[in-house]
Write a protein that binds this ligand. Structure first.
Ligand code: ATP
Ligand code: MG
Length: 418
């Protein structure tokens, strides 16, 4: 064999792709029922977009990006969806239409990470963004969409945790208090957190390292430092979620990995799929547009990992319905019958039937086996006799009963759809 797929990537084969179709279709319907429109942006962007948009103190920018030089430009495979969506909004001036802008996406993302269960180098995300609204209704609508989408899929094992990380008014005081608290613990922090100490100390709060977790156990709480606006917004958010009957836990440790978050931060986690238990994470990023050279425009959104979502579905024992593979195999014997089969297949497919012709051109027995394997409801059998009499034998694959019907698109349709 010449080569294998790169580490951390996965082929998606026809026998499992129905699961992806199912969640993708449901997500699309959910987003549209909340008034979101789909955006599709390129898989790669100029590197500086992610350095600015994701933040140069994040793990993503520091060590996870796939970046290369092409001519004089540095390009990067998209590690997440928000920066690209924001770039597109600014470039296409979507903000000149009445606000808010409500977008959703379904995208592959690329991060150079250590592959393990629920962690790949090419993974896939659903996401939404609401731009231009300062109301906490935008935050609760985002959470609501993710929550009811996952509930509707049949997942009951998810915990929603929410927090407020404050804004440029109140963040600095918390940052200082946190640094004062951690200063004499510095030597015991993991090397990554030592690096975060100056650059992004809040991130130390959600370090996965058990040593660091122990050290920050009694760290100053952001919620105690919220300014009036952030504090009343957080109350609003909780009120909105309560009004919808969405249960949540306040967790002051949720800070999210990305630099641009302000106010709301949230995560949906589960303990049913091992260490990579965060299925969905999101929050508000009121400073991102300006950071990227756009107008002042607040935003809120989430990213949901599709691989992790599928792992949770499996762990929860949710059966995803298989797609009907085939309504009809048109079996043919001889040249004339083949021509007839070809001429019938297209109009039947246009009329909505799933129709298979045996491209191996096997004998009748082989074609009936193909019909069995394909779960076909019927096989239409055409031989020289049938062509001469202008009929077709329709075999019900459930009970093997056969009957002769006129050989026309209408007659076949009527009998198959009965
Ligand atoms: P984690 O803490 O697990 O690394 P993250 O904070 O880096 O997650 P986000 O950038 O918020 O993740 O991405 C949103 C979602 O995308 C995550 O909650 C997760 O479900 C999924 N995700 C992130 N990285 C990966 C990956 N390498 N493989 C599979 N899914 C991923
Ligand atoms: Mg990560």
């Amino acid at each position: 064999m010449l080569t294998k797929a790169p580490k951390g990537t996965k082929d998606l084969l026809p026998k499992e792709v129905y699961k992806w179709h199912f969640i993708e279709e449901k997500f699309r319907k959910f987003c549209e029922s909340y008034g979101f429109g789909e955006i599709r942006t390129p898989v790669f962007e100029h590197t500086e977009l992610f350095i600015r948009g994701v933040g140069d103190t994040t793990d993503i920018v520091q060590k996870e990006m796939y970046t290369w030089e092409q001519g004089k430009r540095s390009l990067t495979l998209r590690p997440e969806g928000t920066a690209s969506a924001m770039r597109s909004i600014i470039e296409n001036k979507l903000y000149s239409e009445p606000l808010p802008i409500k977008l959703y996406y379904n995208i592959p993302c690329f991060r150079y990470e250590k592959p393990q269960s629920g962690r790949l180098r090419q993974f896939h995300q659903f996401g939404t963004e609401i731009l231009g609204s300062d109301s906490m209704l935008a935050d609760s609508e985002s959470i609501s969409l993710a929550y009811w989408f996952m509930k509707d899929l049949g997942i009951d094992s998810l915990n929603l945790e929410i927090n407020s990380v404050g804004c440029s008014e109140c963040k600095p005081a918390h940052r200082d208090a946190l640094k004062d608290f951690l200063r004499d613990k510095y030597d015991d922090l993991c090397p990554t957190c030592q690096d975060r100490f100056e650059r992004n100390p809040m991130r130390i709060l959600d370090c996965k390292n058990p040593g660091c977790q122990e050290l920050v156990k009694d760290a100053p709480n952001m919620l105690d430092h919220l300014c009036e606006s952030c504090s009343s917004d957080f109350e609003d958010l909780k009120e909105n979620l309560d009004a919808e009957g969405i249960s949540y836990k306040v967790n002051p440790r949720i800070v999210r990995g990305l630099d641009y978050y302000t106010k709301t931060a949230f995560e949906f986690t589960t303990d049913t799929i091992g260490a990579q238990g965060t299925v969905c994470g999101g929050g508000r990023y009121n400073k991102l547009s300006e950071e990227l050279g756009g107008p002042e425009m607040s935003g809120v959104g989430f990213g949901m990992g599709k691989e992790r979502l599928l792992l949770v579905l499996e762990a929860s024992g949710v059966e995803i319905p298989k797609e009907e593979q085939c309504d009809l195999v048109i079996a043919f014997m001889g040249r004339e019958a083949k021509k007839k089969a070809i001429s019938l297949a297209t109009p039947l497919r246009k009329a909505g039937l799933k129709v298979i012709l045996d491209t191996m051109e096997r004998g009748l027995k082989g074609q009936l086996k193909l019909a069995d394997r394909s779960n076909a409801k019927f096989t239409a059998i055409l031989g020289e006799d049938e062509i001469n009499k202008n009929i077709v034998i329709l075999r019900d694959m459930n009970d093997s009963e056969q009957r002769e019907i006129p050989c026309s698109v209408e007659d076949i349709l009527n009998n198959v759809n009965k």
